[in-house]
Design a binder for this molecule. Structure first.
Ligand code: DGY
Length: 324
């Protein structure tokens, strides 16, 4: 019987996923979920065939150049793969895979939670109850912002963007979007396409960021683009923190140009810009977009599917790069 491929898993994964990995591979897990430095991972990988990583592991050009030659696949437990230098990986003959589709609904649900939470003051309302600063009910204060019937701009109308649109239609929102290309009518579902982000922004009472983090999208929500939003707009981010210029967003939140923000992802997680922690008009979550047991198991199973396909000599279904 041929030896099973050797796989290193960098983080603790849901139990059913680890059970399947143990059955299919000669696997080294990380039961203590310790934080492994890049050099530790590349050292551990001596003689291994593949590695299963998470967005917490930066697989940059330096990491890839230190990988033993036996390693042929990096499977990430995430839909986003901005933590992996996929071009360098391709040049090194490494296949990179991700876990799309299975986290679409959970992430879109989180976007709606952020939208409602930021618009209706979920943070400050909760604080009032818990800290007993809740006085008499009042007709005039405190007040949030209406969601129903407002314009939602979606930047990035892929699977998650479309799922956000579908949910927002339940709130009678008028959907606008900008995407690299216009969707066919059956996917657009009446949403209004804008050729440029600059055209989308003035139509976005709420802006939901749902694009991938790429060199083109990094920092695109900055002082110039925020100025194009309607006064009192609300920004929602479930994609990646680096799409936002924190300084510009925080200034706009202080000035009231932005009424609020709902953020699940940040630059430099978990050491986020300290100012966010002090602001009342932000609703913050610690990167929980896909954080349900069902979704996390499905993500892990998808990563294992990709590893199995690869070692069976097939092209993995979720390969995101093309080896040369
Ligand atoms: C992803 O899959 O890219 C998420 O950010 C992790 O939930």
């Amino acid at each position: 019987m041929a030896a099973k491929p050797k796989i290193l898993v960098t983080r603790l994964l849901p139990e059913p996923v680890e059970a399947r990995l143990k059955a299919q591979f000669d696997v080294v897990l990380n039961p203590g979920d310790s934080q492994l430095a890049a050099a530790e991972i590349t050292d551990k990988l001596a003689g291994f065939d593949g590695v299963l990583v998470c967005p917490t592991e930066k697989c940059d050009a330096g990491f890839i150049s230190n990988l033993p030659e036996t390693v042929k696949i990096i499977a990430t437990f995430s839909v986003g793969y901005d933590h992996i230098d996929i071009e360098t990986a391709a040049k090194a003959g490494l296949v990179v895979t991700n876990t799309p589709d299975v986290l679409t609904d959970a992430t879109a649900d989180t976007a709606l939670l952020l939208m409602l939470g930021s618009a209706r003051g979920a943070y400050w309302g909760e604080q009032m109850v818990r800290q007993k600063t809740w006085g008499r009910w009042s007709p005039t204060t405190p007040l949030g912002v209406d969601v129903t019937g407002r314009r939602l701009g979606i930047f990035g109308m892929g699977r998650i963007g479309q799922a956000v649109a579908k949910r927002a239609q339940g709130f009678d929102m008028e959907i606008h979007y900008h995407n690299r290309s216009q969707l066919p009518p059956e996917l657009e579902q009446g949403a209004v396409f804008h050729q440029t982000l600059e055209n989308l922004l003035p139509n976005s009472d709420f802006l939901s960021i749902n694009c991938a983090s790429t060199p083109e999208t990094r920092g695109v929500l900055n002082a110039q683009t925020i100025a194009l939003l309607p006064d009192g707009a609300i920004v929602i981010n479930t994609a990646r923190g680096d799409i936002i210029d924190d300084d510009a967003v925080i200034k706009a939140l202080y000035s009231g140009k932005l009424a609020a923000a709902g953020l699940d992802v940040f630059n430099n997680e978990p050491d986020i810009d300290q100012r966010y922690r002090t602001m009342e008009n932000v609703f913050l979550l610690p990167h929980l977009g896909s954080a349900t047991p069902q979704t996390r198991i499905a993500m892990g199973m998808r990563a294992v599917d990709n590893l199995e396909q690869f070692f069976a000599g097939q092209a993995p279904g979720d390969q995101v790069n093309h080896t040369l």
